[in-house]
Design a protein around this ligand. Structure first.
Ligand code: FAD
Length: 501
């Protein structure tokens, strides 16, 4: 993108176009930073008390939890954003490369897989499961690198406003094998079922079921291997704080200001109305809100999209350390396929649970009270469209999750239940009530082929001039790099419109 570094403060933006950004999630903050760099006057309105959206933070009794995302990948996307604001990642954040990235454990199986970016270490890990799969690792990397370059780096930075843009991409994606499912793609390289799981679970980080989403998302494993998995000191929320600081330097960031209507005259947006009755005029409105609820703010009918799964999350502060625990752990349940089918297809409370654990105190002691751990546990669950009663399910789910964690010898979490001194839980109801997420979805519209690129909510509204979208609901989609890239695509289109006006 060709934005110039942030130079103008609020004082000399008086005659610049005014953009109102609805929502201060990572997508909204990134868009605001870019629009400031383009010289616009920017106001960000956030309904919550703090910026960050799903990337929020919980602090209690000396324990800090990243409530949502925890793995940082593609740090170059963050670096680009900072450089537009005239700063650097080094000045704003303390990033640490994790090695290994995470441990994968299987319920009832002693074996573990340490996933990392080190080729020799990865060959050794694969070889312990299946010697013949070892020989296929380089071929897998080469194929997924091509997908990463074409589908993520090229197509991810392009807007798909016309169907022809999408159709032009299809032959290339077919050639790359990127249109089969992630699971099908991985199965071409690895025979061992556990090795396959180690390389195909990555789309779950953005709510994609590996058996349903296109192999474009196989690039998620590659981009970790090639670019590393990073941790920001203080937790992921340090990134939110850094972006919020930059927005406040040149623009306005107002929390506790829910937008209840996007105002327009049928042709062009005119501004927004906030819940306190205030009207704010704007040349541009950029919605970072949930794709479905944004349409309701316009007085339109909710679009018919299939939304991702939700999550049940447990945040646990313990009064003792668990030195065996890794910073990131994936515990795959006995029936991985059944688990994903239950959660992503049939909408059932799964019988077999697969869990992801984040324990930042393993890397940074200050994330927990002295002598303790800060542990977040993420369990994908069906979204609210399947009618489950989370008031009733939550206590039961807590017991199931802690039982499983304590029982798994390899995790070293025996005694977890008795060590808990701080505890919070989020259910799909939290996603609905905190972030206005339709059906309590955790990751936006499901990233299937026919909900991607042209078929996803466009970065620019197809009917109303001046209305734009950023964040997980639009192209290229969810995940930290994904939503930061949506901001690049969207603000690029806005710059074109500004030049035309
Ligand atoms: C549990 C979990 C774990 C994850 N783990 C990872 C990970 O490890 N790595 C990774 O890269 N990605 C991860 N992700 C995905 C990533 O967190 C999200 O894709 C990203 O944070 C979404 O950002 P966003 O800007 O699209 O939206 P959001 O974070 O949803 O922000 C939207 C904001 O808009 C506000 N808003 C909505 N409507 C209004 C309104 N009417 N008025 C004012 N404000 C409004 C909301 O309050 C919210 O603050 C994870 C997601 C979840 C849920």
């Amino acid at each position: 993108m060709n934005d110039t570094p942030l130079a103008a403060g609020p004082h000399n933006r008086a005659r610049s176009p005014h953009a109102v950004v609805v929502g201060a999630g990572l997508g909204g903050l990134a868009a605001a930073v870019r629009l400031l760099a383009q010289g616009m006057k920017v106001t960000v309105l956030e309904s919550q008390a703090h910026p960050g959206g799903r990337a929020t933070r919980i602090q209690d009794g000396g324990y800090t939890f990243d409530a949502g995302p925890s793995l940082i990948t593609m740090p170059e996307v963050i670096e680009e954003l900072f450089s537009l604001a005239g700063t650097t990642t080094e000045r704003e954040l303390r990033l640490h490369a994790l090695d290994p990235f995470y441990r994968i454990s299987w319920e009832g199986d002693d074996r573990t897989f340490l996933f990392s970016g080190n080729r020799d270490a990865m060959l050794e890990e694969i070889g312990r499961f299946n010697p013949s799969d070892r020989a296929r690792y380089d071929a897998f990397l080469a194929a997924s690198r091509r997908i990463h370059e074409e589908a993520i780096l090229v197509a991810g930075n392009q807007s798909f406003l016309r169907l022809s843009d999408f159709l032009a991409l299809v032959p290339k994606m077919v050639r790359l094998g990127a249109l089969r499912t992630v699971d099908g793609f991985v199965a071409r390289y690895f025979r061992d079922p556990l090795v396959r799981q180690a390389f195909d679970f990555h789309p779950l980080f953005i709510g994609g079921a590996p058996f349903r989403v296109p192999a474009v998302y196989a690039a998620l494993a590659y981009l970790q291997i090639a670019g590393g998995v990073w941790y920001a000191e203080g937790g992921l929320y340090s990134l939110v704080e850094a972006l919020a600081r930059l927005v406040q330097t040149g623009g306005e960031l107002c929390c506790n200001r829910p937008v209840v209507r996007i105002l327009h005259d049928g042709m062009r947006v005119r501004g927004v109305q906030t819940a306190d009755g205030g009207m704010i005029g704007a040349d541009y409105v950029v919605s970072n809100g949930d794709a479905v609820t944004t349409q309701l703010l316009l007085g339109r009918r909710a679009p018919q999209s299939r939304l991702t799964m939700s999550c049940y999350l447990l945040y646990l502060g313990t009064n003792r350390e668990f030195p065996q625990l890794q910073h990131h752990t994936l515990l795959v349940g006995r029936d991985y396929r059944g688990f994903i089918r239950d959660v992503a297809v049939d909408g059932r409370i799964p019988e077999s649970l697969s869990l992801y654990l984040h324990a930042p105190s393993r890397t940074e002691r200050a994330m927990a009270a002295p002598g303790g751990e800060s542990i977040s546990v993420l369990l994908p669950v069906p979204n609210l469209s399947h009618g489950h009663d989370w008031e009733m399910l939550a206590p039961m789910m807590r017991e199931r999750v802690i039982d499983i964690l304590e029982a798994e010898e390899g995790l070293g979490l025996r005694g977890l239940r008795d060590s808990i001194v701080v505890e919070r839980a989020w259910t799909p109801l939290d996603f609905r009530d905190r972030f206005g997420a339709a059906e309590g979805n955790a990751f936006g519209p499901e990233p299937t082929l026919f909900q991607s690129a042209y078929f996803r909510q466009p970065n620019r509204d197809r009917r109303l001039r001046g209305l734009y979208y950023v964040g997980a609901g639009t192209h290229p989609g969810a995940g930290i790099p994904g939503v930061l890239m949506t901001a690049a695509v969207t603000t690029g289109l806005m710059r074109e419109e500004t030049v035309e006006r």
